[in-house]
Write a protein that binds this ligand. Structure first.
Ligand code: AMP
Length: 386
């Protein structure tokens, strides 16, 4: 690390697909970033395959994180499960964004929701659970169904258990075996949506237009940009996202997941302190990709335009449910379709292996894109992955 040079060495904790796409964006900014180093336990991880240097170690390996911090000028992450106390301790020598303090709040969903509630940001009713009797008591108030959730280390729905009736309470409690928990009232939403929002180190905030997310088995399958909602709903969601970024104070790009209720209100589901799967469409749809925006935010540069130029649908390519092992990457050569495979060596059930963006041309509408998507899905799903 040389004082006085303008370019910086970027360290990223995690070198999966998000780290890979941040690396791609960083390589297009040589006037700001001279080198990229990722920390990832999988040898030749996706980011390393496209030119990032790699420290092969577990995400929580303290010595490896210190090594990465010593080698970097700025440090960021693509996963939210890092040890925020370790990051805080290495943060004296390197600039870390989003800050370990922001990470600490977000990675505990109970603290995250409490902070939102304190700031009058709408969330579903929730309550801390310590004993099984607490669940029984709270359900009298919340009613069925309700979700028992793990406070930490939960993603892609793996930290949730939906309790539909009295006799599922014990099963739900046992499922989490000693983890810290909270219970949340079920939201009978009409749509799941999200806003990708960024805040730079100087406090400038920008949000991308609201998008619609379709999940299957708790995993994001499709993102439709823009969301098929009224202007009023879009405005409400984008204003809430901006308020959240002000409250959180973290620098970087964040994914803010929300529900649209039956009466067109917005309830915040959860926040990811990193670039987000529902922002992959920005690679082709928008003036600035979420990955470039993240770098602009943590480098303290003016944020780029978030204008959506073309309606776009992002479709995730997931590993087959019944297969684990080496696989053949998908081939898809169609006009206005941008395929990105992540270079993962092994397919696992429902693992995110790649995605494609289907971009509108000549004023095509989202409805027309959805029709085209059906044909593309068939092409992708009929290609044997192994
Ligand atoms: P999470 O991991 O908490 O984001 O939850 C994964 C998925 O579970 C969400 O995308 C929703 O489909 C569903 N979910 C989570 N919380 C609720 C809730 N309070 N009401 C209804 N569905 C929920």
């Amino acid at each position: 690390m040389l004082i006085g040079v303008l370019t910086k060495i970027l360290g990223i904790i995690g070198g999966g697909q998000l780290g890979m796409m941040i690396t791609e964006a960083a390589k297009k900014m040589p006037e700001h970033i001279s080198q990229i180093i990722v920390l990832d336990p999988t040898e030749n991880c996706p980011a390393a395959q496209i030119g990032a240097e790699q420290i092969v170690a577990d995400f929580k390996d303290k010595d490896a994180i210190i090594d990465l911090a010593n080698k970097s000028d700025i440090l960021t992450y693509e996963i939210e499960s890092g040890d925020s106390d370790v990051l805080k301790s290495v943060g004296k020598n390197v600039e870390i964004n989003p800050s370990p303090e922001t990470l600490k709040i977000i990675q505990d969903k109970f603290l995250q929701k409490s902070l939102l509630l304190e700031n009058d940001i709408p969330v579903s009713k929730f309550i801390k659970i310590e004993k099984i009797i607490d669940i029984k008591e709270c359900l009298k108030n919340f009613g069925f169904p309700a979700l028992l959730k793990a406070r930490r280390d939960a993603y892609d729905g793996r930290g949730n258990f939906k309790i539909n009736s009295e006799d599922e309470i014990q099963k739900a409690f046992d499922y989490f075996r000693g983890q810290s928990l909270f219970l949340e009232k079920f939201v009978p939403f009409k749509m799941e949506v999200s806003v990708i929002a960024s805040r730079n180190t100087k406090g400038q905030i920008k949000t991308y237009p609201l998008v619609e997310n379709i999940h299957e088995e708790n995993i994001l399958r499709e993102t439709i940009a823009p969301a098929r909602v009224t202007e009023e709903v879009t405005k409400k969601a984008e204003q809430l996202a901006e308020k959240i970024m002000t409250v959180l104070k973290g620098a970087g790009t964040f994914g803010i997941e929300m529900f649209v209720t039956q009466d067109d209100n917005i309830i915040i589901n959860e926040i990811a302190p990193r670039v987000h799967n529902s922002g992959h469409h920005t690679l082709q749809s928008s003036e600035t990709s979420q990955f470039e925006q993240h770098l602009r935010a943590i480098l303290g540069l003016e944020l780029g335009s978030t204008k959506l130029i073309h309606p776009t649908i992002m479709y995730n390519i997931l590993g087959s449910k019944s297969f684990e092992g080496a696989y053949k990457p998908i081939i898809l050569s169609e006009p206005n379709v941008y395929l990105k495979m992540y270079g993962k060596q092994i397919s696992k059930p429902l693992r995110k292996l790649g995605h494609f963006n289907l971009v509108a041309e000549n004023g095509e509408t989202v409805e027309q894109l959805l029709k085209k998507l059906e044909h593309l899905k068939e092409k992708v799903l009929t290609q044997p992955l192994h």
